[in-house]
Design a protein around this ligand. Structure first.
Ligand code: CU
Length: 325
């Protein structure tokens, strides 16, 4: 992990890529910086901006998840594409929404070009069987019942895990407690960083060196600065934040707001109140609530300084609207 206030990664690289950090930070916050690296013209497919809202939970207590691993080129920043290894064709993979005690039936099919696997952090399971790697063309199934509520990662655990996760194989599963939390407008933010070579392939050496090129909420650098999350004054907002990493911490912070409630574990247990920043390690998640009492624009960032420059920043717009996001 590259925590600390000296910024992110190699200062030499930061200098080369980012120039004046102060000027760039101002640019990031004011929206004047559209991309850290000049966009590369390409004809490859792009992907739409993902909907950050928590998807509805199925009514059934038995939920079937079908995950298909396959290679796909995805957009990780404006004009920047990466040849990813995916679950179901997106990075991050689809968000699932279940409840404590549900029966979650997982079917995993590998249509990729190498062995992959599927590891749910919401599960209690024998990793040698449930989380085992399977070769292309094969499928596996297992069932689990979530014991705890919260925001959980799922990911490919095939070795080297750094490469498989750095290539895009992760997503979130949100587990509701039996007793519902207070009403809120709910968002899911999967945080991650990307390491890409000039040819658009994930760069394992850059991953090993901790030289991220981009960071993103929900897979695309700066996308929620371009397309802010819009909410109404007076609303309680709940963020399910999952840090897929694969290497770096996500120090979640909302500029101009305080974190009213943080559930570091299984909501509603263990609530913390009045925090400024909450650190989420790679492979971790947290449920974070703020009150949008004041109209205005509030950036949410990874306060591990430097990651905002790479794309780990979005905007929260609080203003009266007939319809929010
Ligand atoms: Cu994999």
């Amino acid at each position: 992990m590259s925590g600390g206030w000296d910024g992110y990664g190699s200062k030499a690289r930061r200098s080369r890529v980012l120039g004046s950090a102060t000027a760039r930070l101002i640019g990031v916050l004011l929206g004047g910086l559209t991309s850290v690296v000049p966009p590369t013209p390409t004809t490859e497919a792009s992907q739409p901006v993902p909907d950050p809202r928590l998807p509805p939970r199925p009514a059934s207590r038995v939920i079937h998840l079908h995950l298909i691993a396959h290679d796909k080129t995805v957009t990780i920043a404006d004009g920047v594409h990466m040849r990813a290894w995916t679950f179901n064709g997106t990075v991050p993979a689809p968000t699932w929404h279940v409840r404590v005690g549900d029966t979650v039936q997982v079917t995993f099919t590998n249509r990729g070009t190498m062995p992959h696997s599927i590891d749910f952090h919401a599960a209690t399971a024998d990793w040698k069987t449930a989380f085992r790697s399977i070769p292309p063309g094969r499928s596996l199934s297992y069932t689990f019942r979530p014991r705890y509520a919260g925001a959980f990662l799922y990911h490919c655990g095939t070795l080297p895990v750094l490469l498989h996760m750095g290539s895009g194989m992760y997503g979130a599963i949100i587990v509701d407690p039996i007793q519902p939390l207070p009403r809120a407008r709910e968002f899911v933010l999967v945080y991650s960083e990307f390491y890409v070579g000039k040819d658009g392939t994930p760069d394992y050496q850059r991953m090993l060196n901790g030289q991220a090129d981009y960071a993103a909420f929900n897979g695309r650098a700066f996308q929620y600065r371009t397309n802010p999350l819009r909410v109404r004054p007076g609303e309680r907002l709940r963020f399910y934040v999952v840090n897929a990493g694969p290497r770096d911490e996500c120090d979640f912070h909302v500029i101009g707001m305080q974190l009213d409630t943080v559930y570091p574990g299984s909501p509603p247990l263990g609530a913390l109140h009045g925090l400024q920043t909450y650190a989420i390690p790679p492979g971790g998640g947290a449920v974070i609530e703020v009150k949008a009492n004041l109209p205005g624009t509030f950036p949410f960032v990874n306060h591990e300084v430097g990651h905002g420059d790479l794309g780990g920043v979005g905007l929260l717009e609080v203003r009266p609207l007939r319809s929010g996001v």
